[in-house]
Design a protein around this ligand. Sequence first.
Ligand code: GLN
Length: 262
Amino acid sequence: MSKKFLAIALTAALSCTALLAGCGSTTDNNTADSTDPVSEKATLTMATNAEFPPYEYMESNEVVGIDVDIAQAICDKLDMELVIDNIAFDSIIPAVQSGKADVGVAGMTITEDRLQSIDFTDTYTTATQVIIVNAEGSSVASVDDLAGKTIGVQLGTTGDIYASDVEGATVEQYQKGADAVQALKQNKIDCVIIDSEPAKAFVAANEGLTILPDPFEEEEYAICISKDNTELKDKINAALAELKADGTIDSIVEKYIGSDAE
Ligand code: GLN
């Protein structure tokens, strides 16, 4: 959140108190941090969706993961305080566009379509889309078998977009990748299309599932930011360049994925 926005938020908070008008609390659990009058630091509010291990997930009521560590490392460089806003994945771009969040850090793939409405920083990692199926008796053995099948995806993701292009397929959209995985286990759908690392995490946590060997789409993850926030984008890109050069990004990824990841 910019200093200007912080000032507006503080003014709004004060006038609410004055009016005793019972300003309802916002949905942001961390709002207290962003309006904390004792904090001297500017805040960086990161919108994310903590349903995407190992990039962002819940651990003891806290959002943790690769993206959180990267955002924290950027904040450390920029002397900013990180605030996390955990929302639905398809609400992240609108939140960033409206200024409710400064950035979206959510294993978000750069796409031409998203670039129409939002800007992206430099990329910080690559990923692939993969297909998860039941290990026994699946009618899907490769990407060529997808036509006409029922495909589970997380709403608004690139997996959702690819599935929608498959001829004759029925696309079942879930709020969480984990819900798509449960539907697959119950044979309600034929497969799940999702990013490679969450796929590995979901398959490791659920018996009887497997990832088909051929990843079919390479993608680049980056931080999304409003098109009119070029000053912050430049600062984040400078911080990212340093964090890549000094090995910080690699060690964060290694901490969660291991060095043998592709
Ligand atoms: N990389 C995918 C996308 O950007 C999925 C991201 C996610 O579910 N957090 O659409």
